[in-house]
Ligand binder design. Structure first.
Ligand code: GTP
Length: 602
């Protein structure tokens, strides 16, 4: 297919606005997938993904389409994008592989934070944006209001927005025609040296790494020796193909086309998203712009409940890393938890996904410690240390500065929740940047704040203060020095590293008190009295004690009625079961909850 008859596009949307449903309809309408083979949400390959209804892994699909207006044959490449901010870099790479995008907005909801964040990325990549109002079948759909919102807030002309119900298959033909008519074809640079942009790569146990790419210039043939310009690896191409959406092998791919290659590459770290593929024999001089090494920003400790599973955990992490270059881990020994790993992630969602895969696919029982962000500490000798674990902060006496990552946060909310949300952000060390009334009913609020505050369950707090209506999105903007101190917790007289946290001095006292209270609630009573303390250095901020357990739970209801006794015995049995999932802190057995206590304080 010549470049003039290719269209490369993607779909951007806020979660649940119907991206996957629309993608499925496009595949059906172009007969790329037969109705009987249609498993709901074809592009969401991973089970985990389907269950959670979020798009984690990118994917591409080539569709054949005969133009309704001109009767000509086109190849439409739909490139899927992950919607979540944790994967913002992957979003920007998949957008860079396209000339245009469909901007899907739920006509019963309107513009949300992710809609905006994705539109900014699309504008940066100079994409042609086609607004699509989805879910017009819903009684609550308000096409005119949302059209106005897109015009006012996003700054796009939405007068020619397409009206669609992906669920009922309304307006799908118009979408395909608009893709052909409005999105420009790729530039014809077939004669130039090869440059192909990798927008996704995954690990296949049989083929090695399968990299999906868009050829920007030149041509690639099977058997060619390719060079990855940023990682400098070289490999002969063993397999070349397109996903239609099933894999179909081809002999060559040229400028404008989208496809995949396999070349017996052992780890995705060698063929990373954003890298440029060129030919060894005739290399391009300059790599495509925008390659960045992604660095983990959120860390936590992972320990197996059963010490025998330690080897299994290492093996599983090693395997996951083959397919996930953004995951980092190194061995960690903790006096409280034994042997485990300090693991690094892009963000909270990434952490949750990895944790779930470890438990589900590898059958591991894990205890994870509360996530913390990465800090930078400068010591008086002029050295700078990366602190990925709070207890590793150098001693206060040697510190000259502690820096923490900052984000710009954008919240969109119905206006009646603006008050509570501003209060919340203010208590999270937020710095008000601006507030805009998008429409009569909705407002955007922009704050700068430490990533650490976002990691502390901000999303849930926001949802609960807005009855689920507010949406948020953030991007990392840089590092800032703050008056940060190490808050330590001791249980039964022993310092407990996994509970240590780096916090702002001004909030340390409140956090310490709340944390100690929370721990008292979640740690079950022991046979002995257990003191709990929070301190900064030698200064104790708060202390509590869990009273000793009375051995005979029935003693206190001597002569009481039988149902109450039964209840108490049941409670005790339940307690025993819960104790199975536990760690041991200061010789005290504690449930997983205790490690997350710091996240649950407000
Ligand atoms: P993520 O994968 O989480 O980003 O969501 P998505 O944007 O892909 O949304 P998805 O296609 O999974 O749709 C979300 C929900 O909206 C599903 O329950 C769909 O059935 C429903 N939905 C999608 N399109 C329509 C529509 O046109 N009308 C109605 N009534 N519901 C729709």
């Amino acid at each position: 297919v010549p470049p003039s008859h290719i269209r490369n596009f993607c779909i951007i949307a806020h979660i649940d606005h119907g991206k996957s449903t629309l993608a499925d309809q496009l595949l059906l309408a172009t007969h790329s997938v037969a109705q009987r083979d249609m498993q709901a949400q074809y592009l969401d390959g991973m089970d985990l993904e389907r269950e959670r209804g979020i798009t984690i892994k990118l994917c591409a699909a080539r569709m054949r389409y005969r133009g309704a207006a001109d009767g000509q044959q086109y190849a439409l490449n739909l490139i899927d994008t992950p919607g979540h901010v944790d994967f913002a870099y992957e979003v920007s790479r998949s957008l860079a592989a396209c000339e245009g995008c469909l901007l899907v907005v739920d006509a019963s909801q309107g513009v949300e934070a992710q809609t905006l964040a994705n539109v900014y990325l699309a504008l940066e990549s100079d994409l042609t944006i086609i607004p699509v109002l989805n879910k017009i079948d819903l009684p609550g759909a308000d096409v005119e209001r949302v059209r106005q919102e897109i015009t006012d807030v996003v700054g796009l002309d939405a007068s020619d927005a397409l009206l669609v119900s992906a669920k009922q298959g309304i307006g799908i033909a118009e979408v395909l025609e608009a893709v052909v008519q409005r999105i420009p074809p790729p530039r014809d640079t077939r004669g130039d040296p090869l440059r192909a942009l990798i927008f996704d790569s995954y690990y296949d146990p049989y083929k090695g790494v399968v990299a999906q790419f868009r050829v920007m210039d030149g041509e690639l043939r099977r058997g060619d020796v390719v060079r990855f310009m940023n990682t400098r690896c070289e490999h002969p191409v063993a397999e070349l193909g397109v996903l239609a959406p099933k894999a179909v092998e081809v002999e060559s791919l040229h400028a404008g086309e989208v496809g995949y290659l396999a070349a017996a590459i052992k780890s995705v770290a060698d063929a990373r998203v954003g890298d440029t593929v060129t030919l060894k024999r005739e290399p391009a001089t300059e790599a495509l712009p925008g390659y960045t090494e992604v660095k983990p920003m959120v860390f936590c400790g992972m320990f197996t409940i059963d010490a025998d599973q330690y080897g299994g955990l290492r093996e599983a992490l090693t395997k996951l890393q083959l397919s996930d270059a953004a995951l980092s881990f190194e061995p960690e020994v903790s006096s409280a938890m034994g042997f485990g790993f300090r693991c690094g992630f892009l963000g909270l969602l990434h952490l949750e996904i990895v944790q779930e895969r470890l438990e589900r696919e590898y059958g591991l029982d894990l205890i994870t410690t509360a996530p913390t962000v990465v800090f930078r500490a400068r010591t008086s000798d002029g050295a700078e240390h990366v602190v990925d674990c709070p207890s590793k902060l150098p001693p206060a006496a040697t510190l000259s500065a502690v820096l923490e990552p900052y984000v710009r946060l954008e919240v969109i909310t119905p206006k009646e929740y603006v008050g509570p949300i501003l209060d919340l952000l203010q208590t999270r060390r937020g710095e008000h940047i601006e507030m805009q009334f998008m429409t009569e009913a909705r407002t955007t609020v922009v704050y700068d704040m430490p990533l650490a505050e976002v990691v502390m369950d901000l999303f849930d707090a926001l949802k609960s203060r807005s009855r689920g209506y507010a949406s948020m999105e953030y991007s990392i903007t840089g590092w800032r020095e703050n008056d940060l101190v190490l808050l330590e917790v001791s249980i039964n007289g022993e310092r407990v590293e996994p509970l240590a946290a780096i916090v702002h001095r001004a909030t340390a006292y409140n956090i310490g008190r709340a944390l100690v209270k929370k721990l008292k609630e979640v740690i079950p009573r022991q046979q002995f009295r257990v003191p709990i303390q929070a301190s900064i250095g030698a200064r104790v901020l708060a202390s509590e004690a869990i009273p000793a357990l009375r051995k005979d739970v029935l003693a206190k209801c001597y002569g009481g009625d039988i149902s109450r006794k039964k209840k108490l015995l049941q409670k005790q049995a339940k307690g025993k079961k819960r104790m199975k999932a536990r760690g041991s802190l200061g010789k005290v057995d504690v449930p997983q909850d205790a490690f997350m206590a710091v996240l649950r304080i407000n």
